[in-house]
Design a binder for this molecule. Structure first.
Ligand code: ATP
Length: 954
């Protein structure tokens, strides 16, 4: 036993060249019970977590300073320098108000950006924790699933098909174990692994008794003792290369960057024109005039570029992803949220995804007749009785004679060729393991014969089930007959391996006629949505038995499938697997949203067709293609076929891959589900690979972009809806921010160009008259914008997002319709702001009894009009076509943000301290009334536009 803190003895330098027992002993591990929990904890504390070396995290202060690393902030810092210099040149009287205000605004902006960035990073970190890899280990003699990061040297790993190997380990035992090591050695084919030691100078790729971190189990089972973790693993050695792979921007983020850049260029041009005009118009070019013109140019540039956008975008995506996770759809990458919204085909498994996977045997067909099994679910309450109707008899007899014999063999055989366990806690029966296998255990209990086989059989080998083979066999010692092979599987497949059929307690040739009778029964049961499985067996000859036993003993990887021939068919069962109650509604919802649903299953074509029809995926009698049909088609023919067919049965994982490619070649955005290890390539090939969280293997979860925590089809449709909603919300705040920026730019530009017309000129001795001051523009842009924009990012749907077809991935987010809306709203905002100035200033186009104010008051009113117009515009921006008054109060965050912005605006106008900073003056109720009326214009104009748009659409 190792002592604490001298936790483990050294692993031999080349554990693959030493016997497994010696390696385990050296590491202080008992191979049959694993480490103790205590010892594992001590080793974890001493050696650290099993993680690959990665770059140290960027400290918070560096991330905060990073917020200032932006060309716009440089401009503002330059503006601060200019304005402070001017203040010094002018004799340094009072405080350098402009500089202080700009500095404060820049800092506030950095704080907001920092907080948002942290929030997004936290959400992403929480997600990666949810999809963290796990390993099964033996500790204190019990099986335990632990996060792979907690593996320690000396742990005994228990490996199964589809597992991701969590650390480098020396095999203790293996049964038909094959491991894919392509990530490490580049070898694409799975490598057979056996526990026998190899030479000390063997290359990595040939160390057949070792399994390595980052590789995955393609088939079989095994146990191995961990010899290296974290940086000491082979993967650790190449981790530095992997480290450089960085998360890329999503297409949406790229488009937003492009839009921001274009705006930046346009605005610099506008700013140069405005500043140039101001300076040309200025009667005398004092330093003050020049400084104010330059400041305005800088603020204009800052105003027009929605620099908060990327940060808000990541927060909204991250919050959306978090929300999806609470609804059981764990999206691993932010990109997938966008892709989900544009999904046009969902390819789904049947068993467990569209159905409940709570299997009950309902019928047993054998050579002598048919039995029905009563009762539903895993509780063994029910009975097995001959089906009088089906056999053309007036009354059911009790189950006896040859039929009873045959049914007993079918149900016991199915139970023997199974790894599932039936358990009961507090009267609730459940199955641990494969539900299909559980169904046999329950049915056998109902028959009451399960006790008869106790002590009679012992398992000595296995040919595992795979989706390709669609059958499995176990090799059993039988005290009555010596050695038998017991097989179960898809009946059409199994019958190809059968030559005889069980009749009573003997067997006879499986004639073409008998075969045809079974085929007819199978078609009938499948047509009634039952899942069918056959059971067959054979007593091995002494010679075969000895050979099989030797093969099974000497080499875990031995292939026993050659024994699956000339089997005796015992009979076929029909298993009911009811559809999930919510599946039909989810299919209907997907169809309404223009999303096709394809069922791709390993089950019988008739079962698949019937369930697909019951769920509304296709009409009754619609064509079903089988894996064999697909094999007969070239890619061109398959492309045509996928356009017309929605149900695929008896398919193998490689067919899924071809279906994905065919759909993608037709321009579809494809979502594909999978659970088995061989589904991983199809998941990777799909736009959205979806793995099953409960029944899925580690390998599929790794390959997937989304993991369904509840294995439920309806969750995929929910995720599509959520993806569309998030996308809509992104459009909402884009519309809002872009039109607000447009409003600011047009206000300043219009103010300078039209200064004579609106009565602005003549209010300054220098001739430079600004409709808004630089600090005011910064206030609007950096302080009052972000709250409403963020709130719009979490807006509940105003529109029915599932009532329209999926977005094409090539469609632009900021499209022509959005640009024209942005221009219109921006123009109205600028017009009402400038009109407010004109109303309160003497002279100009609009002369009213109110036109008596000085520049300061008029400008404050105009400033407030622009801020409030933006608040009205939040209501506009929630939809391109739906009225702002529909679902007006559903977003409490938005109303909170509007309220907060109003308070801030009133404060900036009325609080003496802020008045000094922002050159504002108090407004009386009449002013405020005019401000609100003028600001609301933007709402009415946009309502009118939407009315026209809706009428046109009709
Ligand atoms: P899906 O692909 O929709 O999940 P599925 O579970 O029916 O469907 P597979 O697991 O590939 O697909 O099974 C294919 C067929 O193999 C089933 O119809 C059944 O007849 C047979 N089968 C399923 N599970 C077992 C098992 N544990 N042992 C033997 N045969 C099985």
């Amino acid at each position: 036993m190792p002592t604490p803190h001298a936790p483990c003895a050294d692993a031999p330098t080349s554990p693959y060249s030493h016997p497994a027992d010696a390696v385990a002993a050296d590491l202080g591990t008992d191979a049959s019970t694993g480490l103790s929990a205590r010892s594992a904890a001590d080793r974890l504390a001493a050696d650290g977590p099993n993680e690959l070396p990665s770059k140290p995290p960027v400290p918070a202060w560096r991330r905060f300073l990073g917020q200032f690393n932006d060309p716009l902030v440089y401009l503002l810092l330059a503006a601060i320098t200019i304005s402070t210099t001017a203040w010094i040149l002018e004799g340094a009287e009072g405080a350098p108000v402009d500089s202080i205000v700009i500095l404060a605004v820049v800092t506030l902006n950095a704080v907001l950006g920092f907080v948002q960035e942290n929030k997004a990073a936290d959400a992403v970190a929480a997600l990666s924790a949810m999809t963290e890899a796990t390993s099964t280990v033996l500790r204190d003699g019990s099986l335990l699933v632990v996060p792979s990061s907690e593996l320690v040297v000396g742990d005994v790993l228990v490996l199964g098909e589809g597992d991701q190997v969590g650390a480098d380990a020396r095999l203790l035992s293996a049964a038909a174990l094959r491991v894919v090591e392509s990530s490490l050695t580049g070898e694409a084919d799975a490598v057979v692994k056996t526990p026998g030691a190899v030479g000390a100078d063997t290359d990595l790729a040939d160390r057949t008794c070792m399994v390595h971190r980052g590789t995955s189990v393609a088939q079989g089972t095994g146990r191995a003792v961990v010899v290296a973790t974290g940086a000491d693993t082979q993967m650790g050695a190449i981790a530095r290369m992997l480290d450089s792979v960085e998360e890329q921007d999503t297409p949406l983020q790229k488009e937003i960057h492009a839009v921001s850049k274009m705006l930046g260029i346009v605005v610099v041009v506008i700013a140069v024109v405005v500043v140039g005009t101001l300076l040309l118009l200025a009667a005398d070019r004092t330093p003050d005039t020049i400084v104010h013109s330059l400041l305005l140019g800088v603020s204009l540039a800052v105003a027009a570029v929605p620099e908060g956008l990327p940060a808000i975008l990541s927060v909204v995506l991250a919050l959306g992803v978090q929300r999806m996770a609470t609804r059981k759809a764990v999206v691993k990458k932010l990109t997938s949220v966008e892709t989900l919204g544009s999904a046009s085909v969902i390819c789904s498994d049947k068993t467990g995804t569209l159905t409940r996977s709570e299997m009950t045997v309902q019928e047993v067909v054998t050579a002598s007749g048919t039995c029905v099994v009563t009762g539903i679910g895993y509780a063994p309450d029910g009975e097995v009785a001959p089906d009088a109707d089906r056999d053309g008899r007036p009354d059911a007899d009790p189950l006896e004679g040859p039929l009873r014999d045959e049914v007993t063999v079918v149900l016991s055989g199915g139970a023997l060729a199974s790894d599932a366990e039936l358990t009961v806690t507090e009267d609730v029966w459940s199955v641990v393991g494969d539900p299909t296998e559980g169904a046999f255990l329950v049915a056998e209990k109902k028959l009451g014969t399960h006790g008869h086989r106790e002590g009679r059989f012992g398992r000595i080998g296995e040919v595992p089930f795979t989706s390709e083979r669609k059958m499995m066999s176990v090799l059993l010692t039988d005290t009555a007959h010596g050695t038998v092979i017991m097989s179960k599987g898809a009946p059409d497949v199994l019958m190809e391996h059968c030559a005889r059929v069980r009749v009573g307690d003997a067997d006879t040739e499986l004639t073409a006629q008998a075969r045809a009778r079974f085929v007819e029964h199978i078609a009938d049961m499948s047509g009634r949505a039952l899942r069918t499985l056959g059971v067959a067996y054979r007593v091995l000859t002494d010679e075969e038995a000895a050979r099989a036993r030797r093969a099974a003993d000497s080499n875990g990887g031995a292939d026993l499938s050659g024994l699956e021939r000339d089997l005796v068919l015992a009979g076929v069962v029909g298993i009911i697997d009811p559809p999930r109650p919510e599946a039909a509604a989810a299919v209907a919802e997907a169809h309404r949203a223009g999303v096709r649903v394809l069922m791709i299953t390993g089950d019988h074509p008739a079962t698949a067709g019937r369930i697909a029809a019951d769920l509304g995926i296709v009409e009754r009698g619609a064509p079903v293609l089988t894996g064999r049909d697909l094999e007969g088609m070239d890619d061109g023919a398959l492309s045509g076929a996928v356009a017309a067919t929605s149900v695929y049965a008896r398919v193998a994982p490689e067919h899924k891959m071809r279906i994905v490619h065919a759909l993608k070649s037709q321009g579809h955005t494809v979502s594909m589900t999978g659970d088995g290890v061989n589904d991983a390539p199809a998941l990777r090939a799909a736009d959205i690979g979806v793995a099953m969280g409960v029944t899925g293997t580690q390998v599929t979860k790794e390959a997937a972009t989304m993991v369904l925590a509840d294995d439920n089809f309806a969750t995929i449709v929910d995720a599509v809806r959520e993806g569309r909603r998030i996308f809509d919300n992104i459009k909402k705040f884009l519309r809002f921010l872009l039109s607000s920026n447009m409003g600011e730019v047009l206000t300043v530009f219009g103010g300078v160009v039209l200064s004579g017309a609106i009565g602005l000129s003549g209010h300054s001795e220098s001739g430079v008259v600004l409709p808004l001051l630089a600090t005011q523009i910064l206030w609007i842009n950096l302080v009052t914008d972000s709250g409403p924009a963020l709130a719009m990012g979490v807006d509940p749907s105003v529109e029915d997002v599932m009532a329209r077809p999926p977005r094409k991935p090539t469609d632009r987010v900021v499209d022509g319709a959005m640009w024209s809306g942005v221009l219109l709203v921006g123009a109205v905002m600028a017009a009402s702001t400038l009109a407010t100035l004109d109303i309160f200033l003497p002279g100009g186009l609009i002369e009213t009894p109110l036109s008596t104010d000085g520049l300061g008051t008029a400008r404050t009113a105009a400033f407030s009009t622009l801020v409030m117009a933006q608040l009205f515009n939040t209501l506009n921006s929630r939809s391109e076509t739906v009225s702002a008054f529909s679902h007006l109060f559903v977003n409490k965050w938005l109303w909170g943000a509007i309220g907060l912005t109003l308070v801030l605006q009133v404060a900036v106008v009325e609080a003496p301290f802020l008045q000094a900073a922002f050159s504002t003056t108090s407004l009386d109720p009449v002013h405020w009334a005019v401000v609100v009326v003028m600001a609301s214009l933007v709402l009415w104009v946009d309502e009118l536009r939407k009315l026209v748009a809706r009428a046109r659409a009709r």
